[in-house]
Write a new protein. Sequence first.
Length: 163
Amino acid sequence: MTKIAVCIPLLIAALTFGCKRSQTAAPTEVPDSRNSVHASPTTAPVSLVHGTLKLTTSTKFEFEVPAHSITPKLEGSFEAAETNARGSSGKIDLLVMTPDEFAEFTQGRGGTASYSVTDSSGQTVSYALPSTLDSPQKYYVVFRNPGGKSSPKTVKAELTASF
């Protein structure tokens, strides 16, 4: 065997073993909790209104959507009737408001509502509330009688908030 024939396999072996590089682990990314969705423990639905109420001006019900709620909803129905007239329908408003919207409402500045049903004697409600991130969100459900004290109403309502 010639010197070249012996040296070539040795050279190849030296290059193969000598060029091995240690592989570094790929950098791991730390997930940003503000940009990811995590399943939260299931919270039981909250019954906001279940029954009949007398409405002269307005009545509020408050609830809180827990943090990390992906698909919160407000569902149910209501029917209104004039208190003084048997069987006739009454018109009321249903408003769903955030604390800022509710503050404007109570200070008489009008404002807006996240969801509203106005001038209605009855309605089925199915409102998808916005998802929450790291903090809970409070809401107010308000039944308002546009006729005021001179035209009291009776409201039969079933409303549930689910998370």
